[in-house]
Ligand binder design. Structure first.
Ligand SMILES: C[S@@+](CC[C@H](N)C(=O)[O-])C[C@H]1O[C@@H](n2cnc3c(N)ncnc32)[C@H](O)[C@@H]1O
Length: 276
């Protein structure tokens, strides 16, 4: 399938999945390859035939929805964000947990891919000057079972670790053939769950939520606002929300104050709601 045909198909189909084309523009190669494979499976000649197939087979929209999951990630992606989390946000979380007698701060990584992001948090927690003996609970969710299976194996190519400080790589991973495998005690800090964020979120509230390069890149404006309300409901007052560095919070987001606008780190104001 030619790139122009794939672009034509995506521009037509994405709005019907509550997604937005601009989010896919630069990374469409991953989805286009998968759609091409799907056309071969179905014995269809091109994008136009697939559009007709979608019109005649409503169940196929679920398949296309899966094909639209972009899964790019790496450890400490946008390193400045993780430096700030390690320097200010996590130590504050630890201090507050101790003050309140709440032993275990809770963090949620939504759209965690193969574990790179929640494991980066685990590494930050382990290597920062924190409160000795204080653990943190990291729940990581993704709707792609294949990604979660890779997260469970926790072995990565060197390219996934390129933003990770060198001493951490040495302390936290063992090398097996061409891969770097995270040590079991760090793996144990993250609990993975298969959840589609549009339909369910982990129970309870969190002091820190990372929702990066998913909702605010790929979803349309209406779904973004709905998801922001859900995320706000899951955050404690004063809790921290981190979105992707190239993303924007949908308006109105008056309940969130930017802690570092350029790093897209926000604090939820006390006792407020973002929407209906
Ligand atoms: C581009 S990756 C971002 C990974 C990581 N947050 C980061 O910024 O590096 C997006 C991830 O979200 C997952 N995803 C896509 N749609 C989802 C959904 N509806 N619910 C949960 N996860 C989803 C994908 O499987 C993928 O692993």
């Amino acid at each position: 399938m030619k790139d122009t045909d794939c672009v034509w198909l995506l521009r037509w189909a994405l709005p019907q999945l509550d997604m937005r084309w601009p989010g896919f523009r630069k990374v469409r190669g991953q989805t286009c390859k998968r759609v091409e494979r799907r056309l071969r499976e179905l014995g269809l000649a091109g994008a136009g035939d697939y559009r007709d197939y979608l019109r005649d087979n409503p169940d196929e929209w679920r398949v296309l929805d899966d094909l639209c999951r972009i899964t790019i990630s790496r450890f400490c992606r946008d390193r400045g964000v993780f430096e700030l989390l390690g320097r200010e946000v996590l130590p504050e979380l630890a201090r507050r947990a101790e003050e309140r007698g709440r032993p275990v701060p809770r963090c949620w990584c939504a759209g965690c891919a193969s574990g790179e992001e929640p494991y980066s948090l685990a590494l930050l927690w382990r290597f920062m000057d924190g409160v000795p003996g204080l653990e943190c609970r990291i729940i990581a969710t993704d709707s792609d079972p294949a990604m979660l299976a890779r997260a469970g194996r926790a072995c990565y190519p060197p390219s996934s670790l390129r933003e990770l400080p060198e001493p951490w790589r040495e302390a936290a991973f063992t090398q097996e053939a061409d891969l770097f495998c995270l040590r079991p005690e760090l793996r144990a800090m993250v609990e993975f769950r298969c959840q589609d964020i549009r339909h369910s979120q982990p129970d309870g509230t969190f002091q820190l939520i990372l929702c990066r390069n998913l909702v605010f890149t790929y979803y349309d404006a209406v779904l973004q606002r709905k998801m922001l309300t859900r995320l706000a409901d899951r955050l404690d007052s004063g809790g921290i929300l981190v979105i992707g560095i190239h993303e924007h919070l949908p308006e109105p987001a008056a309940d969130f104050e930017a802690l570092r606008p350029h790093l897209k780190i926000y604090r939820k104001a006390a006792h407020t709601r973002t929407g209906p």
